[in-house]
Design a protein around this ligand. Structure first.
Ligand code: SAH
Ligand code: F3S
Length: 471
């Protein structure tokens, strides 16, 4: 080898050795996965490359979830697994992001000695500064919540992407204060992102070949842009500022009109905020998917009141009727909690009967897990034994299973437009994609490609999946 070449090679090797490498892992909701993409973007500007191998990282970040106790236990277990990384690399920084960081603050550093850095969901722009502190041998914390931060203007780096579907966050925080929920404490007050920055992000995705976006927020229907700031400040604005506001229906319309070649989804809707104007907009535009995730939590108005949900059973069922009036083929899903404080067998039966009335396409189901500092933890008694919580949970899971199968059977013989997202899990001879109603479909690969829209005739199904062939 020539001397020059040798020298070049040496420099390259050094570059590899000294390159800053970030390993980032996310737990919990879609918002956390989306936030990690914002974090990756901030750190890419600082010269970090993303790695999927934690052994070669000099920065490990874990984006954490606090929603149930079990979610926190999973994160703590994962942190312990990084002990060997720390032993083999003295320069490794381990950072905790997200809801556990916000909930536990500097206590986290005392409880988990491996952790060097704790940063809450509104402080990610401060990461470069905090990493510098840890590199100088200090522990670093920033858990300040903001009334303004929406990370507008940051173009997220898409992590583990299929190149077809992406999340775009439109609101942050939550003002709803459901009595069981830790989110308002860990993610702060509700605020909406500048519509122009949302449109810009979607346009960039569109130009890069993406075909579907899911708009994210804890409560998307309460999206409200009036120039920035916490939602509560809207009332303080003058008439002109209020007149020019943009609500969720308007935002949806702007996105749909500007991106006719893309599908639009959103999550999550709250029953008390879901306006008819939104339903009309969904019905009006073919590219807004006919699917609504509308968590109910319980079928008993007594329990809904204790949960501070802002809607009763009757109100909820009226919303479902109105949804079907505007969008007859709408896909519906829900979240449920069993064994909330004071839930009797009758309350539980009301949940089962509500499920019978709606027959959701699918649901996310949990048993109640008391969370520190929530209203329920401070004022109500977690008085349903775990065994009963779990038995009730199993009953709603079994019923949901039946309903999913019923819904899927109704699809057999029908034709759906499906966006191809990738190879099916079971076979690389098959593709998988989703119907507008958000049900997974698998079908044999023919001349199509990932990212194509195809018409699929459904020939068979299980409770989780539709099986079909392209026509
Ligand atoms: N609005 C949010 C809700 C986030 S939490 C969204 O965008 O989806 C997701 C679900 O977790 C809730 O709907 C609820 O069913 C469940 N959940 C929240 N707190 C819980 C708790 N303390 N115990 C059990 N389940 C809980
Ligand atoms: Fe939690 Fe209720 Fe908001 S479930 S995220 S407080 S809508």
């Amino acid at each position: 080898m020539l001397i020059e070449e040798k020298h070049k090679k040496k420099i390259e090797n050094e570059k590899i050795i000294f390159q800053k490498k970030l390993y980032i892992q996310s737990y919990g909701c879609a918002m956390n996965f989306s936030d990690s993409e914002v974090v990756a973007s901030i750190l890419k500007k600082e010269g970090y490359a993303i790695t999927n191998n934690s052994n070669e990282a000099n920065l490990i970040l874990i984006n954490t979830c606090s929603i149930r106790e079990k979610a926190e236990q999973t994160v703590r277990k994962r942190i312990k697994e990084f002990k060997k990384n720390k032993q083999s690399n003295r320069n490794l920084t381990i950072g905790i992001l997200g809801c556990m960081a916000e909930r536990l603050k500097s206590k986290f550093l005392e409880e988990e000695k491996l952790v060097d850095l704790v940063i809450g969901p509104d402080a990610y722009r401060d990461l470069p500064k905090l990493i510098k502190e840890t590199n100088e041998g200090r522990k670093a914390v920033n858990v300040i919540l903001s009334k303004e931060e929406t990370y507008a203007g940051i173009n997220p780096v898409r992590l583990n992407s299929n190149g077809v579907t992406a999340f775009v966050s439109i609101t942050r925080g939550c003002d709803n204060m459901c009595s069981f929920c830790v989110v308002p404490f860990t993610r702060g007050r509700e605020r909406s992102r500048d519509p122009q920055s949302i449109l810009n992000e979607i346009l960039t995705l569109n130009k890069s070949g993406y075909k579907e976006v899911t708009l994210l927020g804890q409560n998307v229907d309460s999206y409200l842009w009036f120039g920035g700031g916490a939602k509560k400040d809207f009332l303080k604005k003058n008439d002109k500022e209020r007149q020019n506001h943009i609500n969720f229906a308007k935002l949806l319309e702007m996105i749909a009109v500007n991106n006719k070649n893309m599908r639009i989804r959103f999550s999550t809707s709250n029953p008390q905020d879901m306006k008819n104007e939104v339903l009309k907009t969904i019905a009006k535009y073919h590219n807004i998917c006919n699917y609504i995730h509308l968590p109910v939590q319980s079928g008993s108005s007594k329990i809904l009141k204790l949960m501070n949900r802002g809607h009763s059973r009757e109100w909820y069922l009226e919303r479902i009727k109105t949804i079907y009036k505007h969008i007859p083929d709408c896909g519906l899903s829900s979240d449920f909690i069993t064994g909330f404080c004071d839930e009797t067998e009758e309350d539980h039966q009301l949940t089962l009967s509500l499920m019978e009335e709606v027959k959701y396409h699918f649901s996310y189901m949990f048993y109640y897990s008391e969370r520190p500092n929530t209203y329920a933890q401070r004022k109500l008694k977690d008085n349903i034994p775990e065994k009963i919580k779990k038995r009730r949970l199993q009953e709603i899971i079994d019923l949901q299973h039946k309903h999913s199968l019923h819904r899927n059977k109704m699809c057999v013989g029908k034709i759906f437009e499906v966006l191809i997202e990738g190879d099916s899990k079971k076979s690389n001879k098959e593709f998988y994609g989703r119907t507008p109603q958000n049900t997974v479909v698998v079908f044999k690969k023919l001349n199509h490609q990932i990212g194509d829209f195809v018409n699929v005739k459904i020939t068979d199904c299980t409770s989780a999946t539709l099986i079909g062939k392209t026509i």
